[in-house]
Design a binder for this molecule. Structure first.
Ligand code: NAD
Ligand code: DAU
Length: 356
């Protein structure tokens, strides 16, 4: 049993990782500033779990972070907190530089001070795992895959800020001997994803009977991984990863965006048919493309399979997607609560959603 400090615990992947870590008997301290993307409602399932503690804190607050590390005698840091939405980074890059780069610098500084105060097996076992993205590698053409040896070539303010944070982590390992791990993962989907991202956004546009906005021609390709598979990979990296190493995780499920939207429409036609026999596909609308839109991402995760014993438990994207739609349909109140707060840009007409 370890004491794990999870930054970004009230967000999408962080909360799924918390769920997994608690189920394995670890003690978890969730650390989150509760931005527009992080919500106490997301932590509702764990709030009465005796193994879980929540600290409301900003990753830029080095003092509070160091205090939390000491108070809870932390063994492992799993760093998820970030500004994570590419479209937002295009309209307002400043917050991405501040949180993703300066925030990671602040955590590295506090973690180094804490690490240096440790001794013996506690020091030997300490890990700082930085959760990053495949977007740091840039974009692929029609063939090939990213792996741990692909050179960095980030294209958006988001991916550039994540690349900057990855490089800081690398330097803290090389210069100060901080025992770090970096994971680079492809597009996650599953429960509790904030409804600004493709899959939940399309679900709520569809349920309102509003256009499904597909950027460009919908030809861009993403490699979709279920968030529970990603969470398992991160835990395996903490348990068995080699200090200073990077591990890539993917879903082995490349799909064009338009294919994802069609697959979603098929599931919704079955689970929540529209009135009058209309099909959700009729709502698909091609809209102006994202500036600098990366064409294709795909991950070769054979290193994680070989060295960590990582396996995908979701055998197909379509199985995971159906389970995800079912989760959103059964948890409409969660989506309503998290999108109805001040400062949230996405807004849905919940009376239309409820009518279907
Ligand atoms: P998210 O936007 O759902 O959650 C981010 C969380 O971080 C929120 O709870 C937010 O409140 C918190 N946060 C933001 N700024 C903070 C700050 N300054 N201090 C403390 N907390 C702060 O993001 P996500 O999709 O769960 O992504 C988590 C991590 O995984 C990110 O680092 C992201 O780059 C990476 N990642 C995401 C994906 C994906 O497909 N979503 C894929 C690969 C990697
Ligand atoms: O690849 C990993 C990355 O995946 C993570 O690092 C990011 O945090 C995460 O947000 C995600 O980035 P994307 O930009 O790929 O995700 P998003 O859900 O925003 O978009 C997925 C694809 O769908 C992308 O090609 C843009 C397109 N899209 C998105 C939205 C929101 C649309 O066509 N219409 C939309 O309304």
């Amino acid at each position: 049993m370890k004491s794990i400090l999870v930054t970004g615990a009230a967000g999408f992947i962080g909360s799924n990782f918390v769920e997994l870590a608690l189920s394995k008997g670890h003690k978890v301290v969730g650390y989150d500033a509760l931005t527009y993307a992080g919500h106490l409602e997301t932590l509702e399932p764990f709030k009465n779990n005796p193994g879980f503690t929540f600290v409301k804190g900003n990753i830029l607050d080095q003092e509070l972070f160091l205090k939390t590390l000491k108070e809870h005698q932390i063994d492992w840091v799993a760093h998820f907190a970030a500004e994570s939405h590419v479209d937002k980074s295009i309209s307002g890059p400043g917050a991405f530089i501040e949180t993703n780069i300066n925030g990671t610098f602040s955590l590295l500084s506090a973690s180094r001070a804490y690490f240096e105060s440790l001794s013996g097996s506690k020091k030997e076992g300490f890990r700082f795992l930085h959760v990053s993205t495949d977007e740091v590698f840039g974009e692929l053409g029609p063939t090939g895959k990213f792996s741990e040896t692909t050179p960095y070539a980030p294209n958006s303010p988001y991916s550039a800020s994540k690349a900057g944070s990855d490089l800081l982590v690398r330097a803290w390992h090389h210069t100060y001997g901080l025992p770090t791990l970096i994971t680079n993962c492809s597009n996650n989907y599953g429960p509790r994803q904030f409804p600004e991202k493709l899959i939940p956004h399309m679900i709520f546009c569809a349920l309102q009977g509003k256009p499904l906005p597909v950027y460009g021609k919908g030809e861009n390709i993403r490699d979709w991984i279920h968030v529970k598979d990603h969470s398992r990979g991160i835990l395996q990296a903490l348990e068995g990863g080699k200090s200073g190493e990077t591990y890539c995780f993917g879903g082995n499920s490349e799909r064009k965006n338009i294919e994802v939207v069609h697959a979603l429409c098929r599931v919704l036609n079955e689970l929540r048919p529209r009135s009058g026999g209309a099909k959700y596909e009729e709502l698909i609308t091609f809209v102006t493309d994202r500036p600098g839109h990366d064409f294709r991402y795909a991950i070769d995760d054979s290193k994680a399979q070989r060295e960590l014993g990582y396996v995908h438990e979701f055998k197909s994207f379509e199985i995971g997607l159906r389970a995800t739609v079912e989760w959103y349909l059964s948890n409409l109140d969660w989506s309503q609560k998290v999108t109805s707060k001040p400062g949230v840009k996405v807004s849905y007409d919940w009376s239309l959603v409820a009518k279907g």
